[in-house]
Design a protein around this ligand. Structure first.
Ligand code: ADP
Ligand code: ZN
Length: 716
């Protein structure tokens, strides 16, 4: 039995009269007086004293988890080195989905024909609505009449309305694969035919759908989704961010006549419960979701699509640390179905898999219709005359003016929230840092606060410098989107300017509203961070200005160059989607940098080849394996000593090197000191076996936390 806790499987007795099979979901006693869910993993092993075992308390009336899913769970647990129970916890996130749905209570006009002497206005309004005899929920009466729910309930008491039970809600209308999609271009059809055949083959295969932004990747993989439904199977589409889904859902509904089911953190508990159940019983045909959708109990999965597969949002960075793209490939293998990875800028790993023939490489080299790819050019900031505190060069400024004169739109891209990343005392050079993290405080001028982007700490800009006591000596260094907005307001008077970053917009709905206002041309200049970088269609946007092309190019992160390339490429893809050609201008102090040269030349594959060569020469993934261990604790010395002891205990193995401990680049977060240890292994090494042999019985001192990240994406 596996319980959704970080534990190994536990043994329980099956009570008389209950029969259980592997995968069954049950309730079991755990601890002194508690109970919890459990999944039957198999018969207990060894000689057990039956009398001492506790009994299974309850067997839920749902089908057992399928063998395919159990194998995925075991595989993930083994690969990321997490207890099986922690992975089961990802599957059993909606315990109330296991109870059969209760009927819903509704009310209708009483058939007893009660006529009270006097009716209040409010009651009259309710009766007028109820006159049609239809049963409604209290909330529906409230919505239709504007009365309070007490009025409706009091009418039930007096017998004016009577209670009826409605059956539980079904999954709602389902997408219809018979709806006809657009006529595909030749390249699109070739890719679609390949994917449709893969779905029909009903066995594992992997493909990279590699198409420039706007080439119709979505339209093309929709054909494969239709094929999965036609074959009577389900399809799962993973998207990196929930912000993307609103537009996506509408598009999907246009193509298939109904929306797909959603799965992400923004659902209500009732929606989760219903979706989980209907995915399990197969009534839901298509799910669009964030990475956690990977652990849904599909009845019969026929296709997985990972859209924007390169996106780092697919990496789950806490709890069970896993990469949803990689685990999607694993799940497809176990389910005997194809997986399609789609991107205009694939991850280097996936690109290499496609180039080497391990994955099919489906290419859509052209934008759909008349749209052409934007041309990119670099602005060498060393040759531009700019005052201190100015961030838009004369060349970029002129280009913006030209575009505005044409009544077209501009996006100024800067991947930095707030006003300025650093606040510095001009008298003594003192930098304001967070008290509990090793990071600068970022000024947010709208909120008149300094904010730590790592722990969320806020404080006011101090009146005097804590170091030299100078007053009014603090100055803002470097740009954030708010500062670019300030400059844009001065340089482009009369232009309608909007800012879009994750902290200026509360959630997916506000992001959607911002997207719509740009699409409706209610905005002339959009200043945005990476949340505006991908997926959206802005037909009148013809210029993208990248304010700081140097940002993120170097750093401890082995993927810094790749990430920057992908981000700049995606941003560039926003320009010129309709029949107006687009232009991209990238400001840089290093126009010779290979990433920027690749952006300017548009030769993506040259960049990938060079980057792959670098990784191979440096013995870095995907040509080698990496794992990262982060130790954390309140006392720096203690963390360091624990790290040294752990490294000293590392087994010696051929092809494995252990580096560290070294202070993490973010040496302190929320007051906790952090040390990193890196494990580097040749591809032939079984990293999991090595790590288990080493960390199987870690003897860490109390107060020291350990996180293990296999295939790390973040190096902070
Ligand atoms: P991608 O996912 O590659 O960025 P999309 O699938 O979003 O590209 O397509 C870009 C635009 O072109 C969308 O508006 C889409 O509806 C349209 N489009 C793509 N292919 C076709 C086609 N064959 N017929 C009609 N419209 C298409
Ligand atoms: Zn902080």
């Amino acid at each position: 039995m596996v319980v959704p806790r970080p534990l190994k499987p536990l043994d329980y007795r099956v009570p008389e009269g209950m029969t259980l099979q592997r995968g069954d979901i049950v309730e079991v006693p755990l601890g002194k007086s508690g109970t919890c869910l459990g999944v039957v993993w198999g018969a207990g092993e060894g000689v057990l004293d039956q009398a001492r075992l506790k009994s299974v308390a309850h067997h839920f009336d749902v089908p057992p988890l399928k063998e395919e899913l159990l194998r995925v769970i075991a595989w993930v647990a083994n690969y990321v080195i997490a207890p099986v129970g922690s992975v089961i916890d990802l599957v059993l996130r909606v315990p109330d989905a296991l109870e059969s749905e209760k009927p819903r209570i509704a009310f209708r006009r009483s058939t007893l024909n009660v006529h009270p002497a006097r009716l209040t206005e409010a009651r009259k309004r309710v009766l007028a609505v109820a006159d049609d005899g239809m049963a409604r929920r209290v909330s529906e009466f409230v919505e239709a009449t504007g009365v309070t729910s007490q009025v409706v309930r009091s009418m039930v008491k007096t017998g004016l309305l009577e209670e009826v039970l409605l059956p539980p809600l079904g999954p709602g209308p389902q997408p219809d694969p018979a709806f006809v999609g657009p006529v595909l271009s030749d390249a699109q059809s070739r890719a679609a035919v390949h994917m449709v055949k893969a779905v029909q083959a009903h066995t594992f295969s992997a493909a990279l759908l590699d198409g420039v932004t706007g080439s119709g990747k979505t339209e093309t993989y929709f054909e494969a989704v239709a094929a999965a439904m036609q074959a009577g199977r389900q399809a799962l589409i993973l998207l990196p961010e929930i912000a993307l889904t609103v537009q996506f859902l509408e598009r999907f509904a246009k193509r298939f006549g109904a929306r797909p089911a959603e799965w992400h953190s923004d659902l209500t508990q009732a929606q989760r419960r219903r979706n989980w159940r209907h995915v399990m019983n197969g009534e839901i045909r298509v799910v669009v979701g964030a990475r956690s959708a990977l652990f849904l109990p599909f009845k019969e999965l026929g296709l997985i699509v990972v859209d924007e597969e390169h996106d780092s949002a697919f990496k789950q960075e806490d709890g069970v640390i896993y990469h949803a793209r990689d685990m999607a490939v694993v799940r497809a293998r176990m389910e005997n179905c194809p997986v399609v990875l789609a991107s205009a800028t694939p991850s280097l790993e996936t690109w290499i898999n496609a180039e080497s023939g391990r994955y099919a490489h489906l290419k859509l080299p052209e934008r759909h219709g008349k749209a052409t790819l934007p041309t990119a050019s670099l602005i060498d900031l060393k040759r531009e005359e700019m005052a201190a505190g100015e961030f838009l060069s004369p060349t970029l400024t002129q280009a913006v003016r030209d575009v505005l004169a044409q009544k077209e739109q501009v996006m100024l891209f800067l991947n930095r929230r707030g006003f300025a990343p650093l606040t510095l005392c001009k008298a003594c050079g003192h930098k304001i840092t967070c008290r509990s993290c090793s990071a600068w405080m970022v000024e947010h001028r709208y909120r008149k606060k300094l904010v730590c982007h790592h722990c969320g700490n806020e404080r006011n800009i101090p009146a005097e410098c804590p170091e030299c006591k100078a007053t009014k000596s603090f100055i803002a260094c470097g740009p954030g989107v708010e500062r670019v907005e300030e400059e844009a307001k001065i340089k482009f008077p009369g232009a309608r300017i909007a800012i879009a970053s994750s902290d200026t917009m509360g959630g997916p709905r506000q992001i959607q509203a911002a997207i719509e206002s740009v699409a409706d041309h209610a905005v002339d200049i959009l200043i945005g961070t990476q949340i505006m970088a991908k997926g959206h269609n802005f037909p009148m946007l013809t210029l993208v200005g990248v304010v700081d092309g140097d940002m993120g190019l170097e750093g401890a992160d082995i993927r810094a160059r790749e990430r920057t390339f992908q981000l700049l490429h995606q941003v560039a893809g926003r320009a010129g989607r309709a029949d107006r050609p687009g232009r991209v201008l990238v400001q840089t102090t290093d126009p010779q940098h290979p990433v920027l040269k690749a952006i300017a030349s548009g030769d993506r594959d040259a960049f990938y080849r060079a980057e792959a060569g670098k990784r191979e020469a440096g013995g870095l993934p995907p040509f080698a394996r990496l794992a990262a261990i982060v130790l954390s604790g309140w006392k720096e010395q203690q963390v360091r000593e624990a790290g040294e002891a752990l490294v000293a205990a590392a087994p010696v193995a051929h092809g494995v090197q252990v580096w560290g401990p070294a202070p993490a680049p973010l040496a302190m977060i929320r007051g906790q000191s952090r040390m990193r240890i890196a494990v580097h292994a040749e591809r032939s090494v079984n990293m999991q076996a090595y790590l288990k042999a080493w960390l199987g019985t870690p003897k860490l001192p109390a107060g020291i936390g350990l996180t293990l990240d296999v295939d790390p994406q973040s190096f902070l």
